[in-house]
Design a protein around this ligand. Sequence first.
Ligand code: MN
Length: 269
Amino acid sequence: MILITNDDGVFSEGIIKLTEVLSKKYEVCVLAPDRERSTVGHAITVRRPLRLWKIEKSLYPDGVEVYACDGTPADCVILALSDVIKKDIKMIVSGINNGGNLGDEITYSGTVAAAIEGALYGVKSMAVSLVVKNSNLNGNNFETAAVITSIIIEWMLNQPIKRGSLININIPDVSLEQIKGIKVTEKGTKLYKGKVTPLKDPRGNTYYWIAGIPQEDKEEGTDVWAVSEGFVSLTPIDLDLTDRKLLYEFNSINLSKQLTEKLKHLQQE
Ligand code: MN
């Protein structure tokens, strides 16, 4: 059974198209947020209860079990992997997001966070995003993206993927014929330089709106580059977040000892 989830909400076009295409070939079930939860990152809900609703008579194909949850994308994965919907989940596919998750965007993404949660549990997981030109509008080629996702799933099902690793896929918003190919890439650089606009509410109080301007670095071999050239980008992501280079440097100057000595001084005062 493949679990399909997302961060755009259970009624968004991307997840419905993905389910339509995948359900023709694989056993799938859907458990996704009941509303849009984009940019919530890897947040989970622990200070209030979570509720699930079974969705009937919707735009989803007949015979697919679909659930909405009032939590985050990561909550949905936790519930699904706790057998709440009683399925033997072998893989998690999160998407198809309306908008790319390229470079540093992945650290904000709820789409990617759902796949991260799956990877932490040791379940094969991928995040899939359609790189639309204007994220205020819906993408045009979710069906193309779903077909491409299907071939990547076919490969991944027979592939050993270690716990803590996941696949991040970004697909240009063009027709199937216009896709130039599929490139294995590394995470590139895409930052949002924090642009904060102060505005006034109707009572005259100031409020703030964050709307950063994306700064892309289209270095060859990166996800940002591949998609800008018309390719599908497939990036392996590793959750081993330790900075090995810094770890080595810190050990070479014996930082543990240096800081412990400072601590001992404080303790003796
Ligand atoms: Mn989203």
